[in-house]
Design a protein around this ligand. Structure first.
Ligand code: UDP
Length: 578
């Protein structure tokens, strides 16, 4: 017997969630009419992801497992990344959000990568690339005795391909482009998005090395290397280059930076290859041809009567790891190489959303030392329980095939089913579906206008704020409007001070607070943490430099900043700016 399939059978489904699901996630006929309800969609996903259990256990109770998965999703305690919700049990069947593709230094390899990108974008995935292997512009090309175009001109080809595909009606293609700091074209790369006209389908990050960071600290020159032959072909002053990166980021948020040596220090399978790139939003370092499927616990759902329900969280982690490992089996990969690499490492990325909600429910201000301490505790718990769950799965299903030679392969060590278990994703869309705050971000605003998916505009009041306002008797339409105009509650006297202290937003807290929180979660995350460090429009270049340095000093794997109003288009803005 199937469960009820009317939308009403998911009591917590918000209006915004329904809009998002109807627009892009539900099966539709050729005329665009929905062929399923949200409940049908979750049932479709639950059944498809439960099915692989039969491969490992002939007697597996698939029905009961599907019910567990269904309940976990429809209570919004856990959601997988968007492609799993969209594609599980459907013709496309591509379930991962994150891919990294190699870009080799030949026409064949470059245009193979363009084609692979097209296939991935069509299926709703995002792609990351390192362009560091491409010889610089104006270098020799022996086959034609001409000169090379360089990484930047090829990036435009990828950008155009993405623009043209726009993911066939599911979601827009996203790319990450990375160039090593010692690539001869690095200065042009740093400036490549300065005019905000080009490479709009790319996020860009400079790949920094420890060697470079030391040269910055010592104010020294560092070597540029031609990737064609590895030979030194110039030097630059490290501090000046670093300052240029900072200045550009201050101008319009890009480039971000990633710390390559840190990504490789935590590379679980160094014997298989070096990590050169991450996925588009930076949270998932991957080897070439690897893909990863993500999923997030919604932390607000684990607060019961003012305290954290650890038992329930543990159960959900176990089920989520099981779910994500099954996704690898159920997945229909766009390329054989990706199938093989993903099966060999079996990376999964369990993370969180609703962190700000959890803090609000516990009455802890986001920017307090207590919040940082709790962040570490929560993520340590999820990471440890997640690893235990992966070990349990390995007992029944075997280790990931590349286990031998991996960082886990030590004397007396327990097998692991997955080369990585945890990742903190941005949860841009699934947090709308779950009606939660996104990732580990503070609230963007207590009331705001959200532009999603091709300019669908939604006005929202934070649901927890609305509830508190009603309970404490200071709710009024007029006040909500005032807050919407203001964006923050920090200086609205009608609101009790303790409420104002807890409902802090991204702009009420300092960049340091943002980075301390990112670093707290990074400490117990196998992969990386997606986080934007927000600055007020009035921030100085030096403020941004200090934040980049702090991210480096506090063990972050990368950092992305955004100064309010510094880009022509913003995804999120308070209604004041509209
Ligand atoms: N992503 C993408 N296109 C998008 C949004 C996301 O390709 O429009 C990919 C990208 O790799 C990103 C990852 O999905 O890093 C996770 O993003 P998010 O958590 O926001 O996705 P959600 O599951 O909430 O849709």
């Amino acid at each position: 017997m199937k469960k009820e399939t009317s939308p009403a059978s998911i009591p917590d489904l918000s209006k915004n969630a329904l809009t998002v699901l109807e627009k892009r996630y539900l099966r539709r006929d050729v005329k665009g009419k929905s062929l399923e309800t949200p409940a049908d969609m979750f049932r479709r996903v639950a059944e498809t992801i439960a099915a692989p259990d039969a491969v490992f256990d002939k007697k597996a109770d698939l029905k009961s497992l599907a019910d567990t998965f269904y309940d976990m999703m429809t209570s919004f305690e856990f959601l997988p990344n968007s492609p799993t919700l969209m594609n599980a049990g459907r013709e496309l069947g591509q379930l991962s959000a994150c891919f990294v593709l190699p870009v080799g230094d030949s026409m064949e390899e470059i245009f193979d990568a363009v084609k692979y990108t097209a296939l991935i974008h069509k299926s709703g995935g995002g792609t990351g690339f390192s362009f560091s292997r491409l010889r610089p512009a104006n270098d020799v090309v022996s086959s034609t005795t001409g000169i090379s175009s360089g990484p930047l001109s090829f990036m435009r080809v990828f950008d155009m391909a993405t623009e043209t595909i726009k993911q066939g009606g599911t979601r827009r293609g996203a790319n990450m482009g990375i160039l090593r700091i010692d690539h001869p074209d690095v200065m042009n790369f740093i400036m490549c998005k300065a005019d905000q006209k080009h490479l709009n389908n790319f996020n860009i990050s400079v790949g920094l090395t420890e060697k470079f960071m030391q040269a910055v600290e010592n104010d020294e020159e560092y070597d540029l290397l031609n990737p064609r032959d590895g030979k030194q072909c110039g030097t630059l002053n490290a501090r000046k280059v670093f300052q240029r990166i900072v200045k550009q980021a201050w101008e319009n948020g890009e480039p971000g930076i990633i710390f390559l040596d840190r990504l490789n220090r935590d590379n679980p399978t160094p014997h298989i290859g070096e990590i050169e790139s991450t996925n588009p939003c930076g949270e998932q370092p991957l080897l070439p041809y690897e893909s990863c499927n993500l999923g997030s616990l919604n932390l607000g759902k684990f607060v019961k009567d003012g305290s954290i329900d650890w038992k329930k969280m543990k159960e959900t982690v176990v089920n989520a790891v099981h779910f994500l490992d099954n996704v690898i089996e159920a997945n229909n990969y766009p390329l054989q190489q990706i199938h093989d690499m993903t099966h060999a490492n079996r990376k999964i990325g369990l993370g969180v959303m609703g962190w700000a909600d959890m803090l609000i429910l516990l009455g802890i201000p986001y920017s307090s030392p207590e919040a940082v301490k709790l962040g570490k505790k929560v993520m340590k718990f999820i990471n440890e329980e997640g690893h235990l769950a992966s070990q349990e799965l390995a007992k029944k299903r075997g280790s990931f095939p590349n286990y031998k030679g991996s960082i886990f392969d030590k004397k007396g060590a327990t097998p692991m089913r997955n080369a990585t278990v945890t990742t903190i994703a941005p949860t841009g869309t699934i947090s709308i579906i779950a009606n939660s705050s996104s990732g580990v971000e503070p609230l963007f605003a207590v009331s705001y206008i959200r532009t999603v998916m091709d300019k669908n505009v939604m006005v929202e009041v934070n649901p927890y704020f609305e509830q508190v306002a009603k309970e404490r008797g200071f709710y009024s339409e007029e006040l909500m409007k005032k807050i919407a105009e203001h964006g923050t509650v920090a200086d609205i006297p009608e609101i009790p001070l303790d409420v104002r202290n807890v409902f802090v937003t991204a702009h009420d807290i300092t960049p340091n607070d943002h980075i301390q929180m990112q670093s707290a979660f990074q400490l117990y995350t196998d992969n990386a943490v997606s986080k934007t460090v927000n600055f007020p429009n009035t921030a100085t270049i030096e403020d941004v430099e200090n934040a980049y340095m702090l991210a480096y000093q506090t063990g972050c794997k990368g950092v992305t900043i955004y100064r309010d109003g510094s880009r022509d288009e913003q995804v999120l803005s308070t209604s004041k700016k509209e």
